[in-house]
Design a binder for this molecule. Structure first.
Ligand code: PGA
Length: 253
């Protein structure tokens, strides 16, 4: 049984004031039947981790460098994230692939570094609208999975987030059938490569315009083990109900 996961990606948003929301989130979901992860900007990780201490809330980064240390101005290593209190890191988000030219090979190297530092790598994959319209979705996702997921992946240290680029921040979401098709495909790929044990234990999140209103439908889709939430993770009044819906799905399964 895979433990469900509700993950929030604050992107380049939020300040100290938003940390108050974490206390509310902790209070509302302590003892939850699901894992909860919040990935704030680097500058808030230490304070967020302090706030989360003793609660069922994990804190993560949104990127890391593939090297342990060195002359990489402006970058941050997986070990630094871990030292600040992070237990996970989002890697290969489509915004990083687009804004910073990150390739799947880069993402794999970063994921390996995350594993070496004891972090859970939340590896993102997703097709563009053009790729979907050209019916290349599964080819693109298959390629990204093969190249972005390192051989060090296990069910404990790796989570995969399927985030169609066209659904991120747009209010558009794929149909349940479209989500299910990709999640089933990723599951099969993982089972083939890593064997049934590991392949079945890696959690698969859906991401892209997840809101309190559409979460219930998304969480009933096969092989959807939770969500990676952007915009709706910034306000506890939006994120908390999504966590509650996921708890309901976990209790029902
Ligand atoms: P969104 O972002 O929920 O705002 O669409 C999701 C993400 O980019 O992880």
């Amino acid at each position: 049984m895979r433990r469900k996961l509700a993950a929030g990606n604050w992107k380049m948003n939020g300040g100290k004031a938003e940390l108050d929301g974490l206390a509310t989130l902790c209070a509302e979901h302590d003892g939850a039947a699901v894992d909860i992860l919040i990935c704030p900007p680097f500058t808030l990780i230490g304070a967020a981790a302090q706030q989360a201490e003793g609660h069922a809330l994990a804190i993560g980064g949104q990127d890391c460098h593939a090297s342990e240390a060195g002359a990489h101005t402006g970058d941050i290593s997986a070990r630094m994230l871990a030292e600040a209190g992070a237990t996970a890191v989002i890697l290969g988000h489509s915004e990083r692939r687009a804004d910073h030219g990150e390739t799947s090979d880069d993402v794999r190297a970063k994921a390996r570094a995350a594993h070496a530092a004891g972090l859970i790598a939340v590896i993102c994959v997703g097709e563009s609208l053009e790729q979907r319209e050209a019916q290349n979705t599964l080819d693109i996702i298959g390629g990204q999975i093969s190249s972005s997921v390192p051989d060090t992946a296990t069910g404990e240290n790796t989570v995969i987030a399927y985030e169609p680029c066209w659904a991120i921040g747009t209010g558009l979401t794929p149909t349940s059938d479209q989500i299910g098709e990709v999640h089933d495909f990723i599951r099969t790929r993982l089972e083939k490569r890593f064997g049934a044990g590991v392949g079945r234990s890696v959690r698969l999140l859906y991401g892209g315009s997840v809101k309190p209103g559409n979460a219930a439908e998304i969480f009933t889709v096969s092989n959807v083990d939770g969500a990676l939430v952007g915009g709706a993770s910034l306000k506890v009044d939006d994120f908390s109900p999504i966590v509650s819906v996921l708890e309901g799905a976990a209790n029902a399964s």
